[in-house]
Design a protein around this ligand. Structure first.
Ligand code: MG
Length: 293
């Protein structure tokens, strides 16, 4: 509600000879209402005899492909690699530095050693081998990750260079080859999958090393399982801010073509997870600073 709205309400109240207290209650209600955005709406549609879930965030359909309704983020030039920013700061845990020793920091989903390949100091996902998970678990943190989508361009849309960085094993910052490759903006490289598109498209060409610097504030839940503080992301992709202290409205798990998961109560920590989406995406120089909160 804007100032004009508040003034109109006040005028109405005066006409009705309500007290100043009533006016105050109206204003407070307006403030509370305005903070309840973004609005999530879901609906179930019957499509060819199947129930299909649709989700809308502030009126925009999840995975909307119509640029009139969900415009593409502007393409910007990635900033040069910053060796200082890429260096683990004091107090950081180096999760991977290209050596076989650090591969031991990682595991597959079943707890067995990962089958991802160590090639020239990078860990490369292997189709069908499942995700790569850190053995250590983290909640809120600062995470630096470098990644490269395949040199050889294959597929299109979500099928080109797809992987992802999952905080607490749950909340995905999408990895995709979004260099001259369009898909739904809330699923392109840098998207908080299904929840928020990146502010800009700062992708480098296929095969080139790129960086994410992610500050993650974990969500909190009460005893009943209701989220009391939403997860917050500040993400820098190749030197550009692509999410500016953004609270996400729920989870990022795939629930269908137009819906993602809601918040579901979990613990205070979880693994860092990289997705095997069938494309050989490489990772290197991964470090983390845990934030104890
Ligand atoms: Mg992905």
């Amino acid at each position: 509600m804007n100032l004009t709205g508040v003034y109109v309400l006040y005028a109405i109240i005066r006409m009705l000879k309500f007290s100043f207290i009533s006016f105050l209650i109206f204003v407070l209600s307006a403030v509370v209402f305005s903070k309840s955005h973004p609005v999530i709406r879901t609906e179930i549609k019957d499509e060819n005899g199947r129930k299909v879930e649709y989700m809308y965030i502030d009126g925009i359909k999840v995975h909307e492909t119509d640029p009139k309704k969900q415009p593409f983020p502007p393409v910007v030039s990635p900033k040069p690699h910053d060796a200082h920013v890429a260096k683990p700061p004091e107090g950081a845990i180096v999760l991977f530095d290209g050596t076989p020793e650090k591969v031991k920091n990682w595991t597959s989903r079943n707890g067995q050693p990962t089958k991802w390949k160590l090639i020239n100091g990078a860990l490369e996902s292997v189709r069908g081998c499942g995700p790569l998970l850190s053995k250590k678990e983290f909640g809120s943190c600062n995470l630096h990750v470098e990644f490269a989508t395949p040199n050889e361009v294959q597929g299109e849309g979500q099928g080109r260079g797809n992987s992802g960085v999952f905080l607490m094993g749950l909340y995905e910052v999408q990895i995709l080859d979004s260099y001259n490759n369009t898909t739904y903006p809330d699923g392109q490289c840098g998207a908080l999958y299904g929840r928020a598109k990146p502010l800009v498209n700062a992708c480098r060409p296929p095969g080139e090393w790129q960086s994410y610097d992610i500050t993650f504030d974990r969500p909190r839940f009460n005893k009943k399982g209701k989220v009391t503080r939403k997860a917050k992301f500040h993400v820098i992709h190749n030197g550009h801010v692509i999410h500016d202290n953004l609270e996400i409205t729920g989870g990022t798990g795939w629930r269908g073509h137009h819906a993602v998961s809601a918040y579901k109560k979990h613990g205070d920590k979880g693994p860092i997870k990289f997705q095997d989406h069938g494309n050989p995406v490489r990772f290197r120089n991964i470090w983390i600073v845990a934030i104890n909160d």
